[in-house]
Design a protein around this ligand. Structure first.
Ligand SMILES: NC(=O)c1ccc[n+]([C@@H]2O[C@H](COP(=O)([O-])OP(=O)(O)OC[C@H]3O[C@@H](n4cnc5c(N)ncnc54)[C@H](OP(=O)(O)O)[C@@H]3O)[C@@H](O)[C@H]2O)c1
Length: 342
């Protein structure tokens, strides 16, 4: 991409999209096209086609999606499959019709089978049964990967499908009922430190759940769901944005093999190391400066023991993450305080 290339960033207000917007601006890309959901509903095929016809972007980052945790996926499976299929189908097809140069489609590691060998590499796609709770979402994302692959194969397009691990950072969801484990821990330790009179919550391996009513005591222990032993991988969203731009900017020589007609153009993006929920909680506790106790509610389920991406493919083209977990949590907490998130 040149600094004046016309770049369409879909989903610029979300966790991933807002990080991409910050990084693209910081790296000097000045010709960015963004539209809010209200301005352009990507589920509407005719609107998307008119938009591409008029704007004719050269590069597309597709970070717009219907996203949510286990509860939302379980409760709204039709919305998850329909909306994601519609958004990606409309954008990928309209992008091809107007002849864009390159496209990066964002997916998620939940495309890999439930019992996937660890670490999960790109060759594991479609090698086993998916996790039932988010199967409709995962199936939609797999369809997006296969669309990229098919357009590359039939039309010689240059579309990559980027699969990040668990992300965190500015503009994450810090709502205790629907957030992922890391933002939930940040909120809980912060509130415990403040002695906030709110509802005491328990934090699971993936989702936070409200439980008993709390008191005003500042030293209420923070309760974490499960044993704390499951291992997860976390990547700061600014590292992800850096990786997306890096891939989009690869020389033809490095980019071509990724989108070759005979391969799925799938690239995992992760930190490369996992950490137990207990170790994670200890880092968050220390960064926030909570001196009370944390306890584990072992009557609650742990979920999958381990989820780690194999990142050899992206390492081989020369990218690796730079923001350590401790530093990333510090940055995220600082952002929360500056933006009055709690
Ligand atoms: N968050 C993670 O930990 C994580 C991990 C791995 C992969 N990813 C992937 O990264 C991508 C983005 O996720 P995210 O966490 O950034 O999600 P997000 O914060 O929910 O952002 C998604 C954005 O898409 C927009 N959008 C949704 N439907 C739209 C539509 N019909 N038309 C136009 N815009 C629409 C949303 O706008 P509104 O809010 O106004 O609807 C929102 O700004 C997804 O593909 C996801 O699978 C995320």
């Amino acid at each position: 991409m040149e600094r004046d290339s016309l770049i369409f960033l879909a989903g610029h207000k979300g966790l991933v999209g807002s990080a991409l917007l910050r990084q693209l601006k910081a790296k000097g890309y000045g010709n960015l096209i963004v539209r809010s959901h209200a301005e352009l509903d990507l589920e509407r095929q005719s609107e998307v086609e008119s938009f591409f016809d008029k704007e004719r972007p050269e590069y597309v980052f597709l970070a717009a999606a219907k996203v949510g945790g286990i509860w939302a996926n379980n409760t709204y499976p039709a919305e998850f499959i329909y909306k994601n299929l519609a958004i990606q189908t409309n954008v990928i097809h309209a992008a091809w019709k107007t002849g864009i140069k390159r496209l990066a489609f964002l997916g998620s590691s939940c495309i890999y089978p439930r019992e996937c060998p660890q670490p999960m590499n790109e060759e594991h796609l479609l090698s086993g049964t998916l996790e039932a709770t988010n199967e409709p979402y995962a199936v939609a994302k797999i369809a997006g990967v296969k669309m990229c692959e098919s357009y590359n194969r039939q039309y010689g397009a240059n579309y990559v499908a980027l699969m990040p691990t668990n992300l965190y950072g500015p503009n994450d969801n810090f709502d205790l009922e629907t957030s992922h484990v890391l933002p939930a821990l940040i909120r809980k330790f912060h509130e415990a430190k403040q002695g906030v009179s709110s509802q005491q919550s328990a934090v699971s391996g993936r989702t936070a759940h409200l439980s008993t009513l709390a008191t005003d005591q500042p030293s209420q222990p923070v309760v974490i769901w499960g044993t704390g032993e499951p291992r997860r991988e976390f990547l700061h969203v600014d590292d992800l944005a850096d990786a997306c731009i890096f891939i989009m900017n690869l020389d033809e020589e490095d980019f071509r093999p990724l989108v070759s007609a005979y391969r799925t153009p799938l690239i995992n993006i992760g930190w490369g190391k996992d950490i137990s929920i207990k170790e994670l909680a200890l880092i968050v506790k220390e960064v926030i400066g909570f001196e009370g106790e944390m306890t584990f509610d072992t009557t609650k389920p742990d979920g999958t023991p381990r989820k780690l991406l194999d990142i050899n493919r992206i390492n081989r083209v020369g990218w690796s993450a730079k923001i350590s977990l401790r530093e990333g949590i510090k940055l995220t907490y600082k952002w929360c305080l500056e933006n009055s998130i709690f």
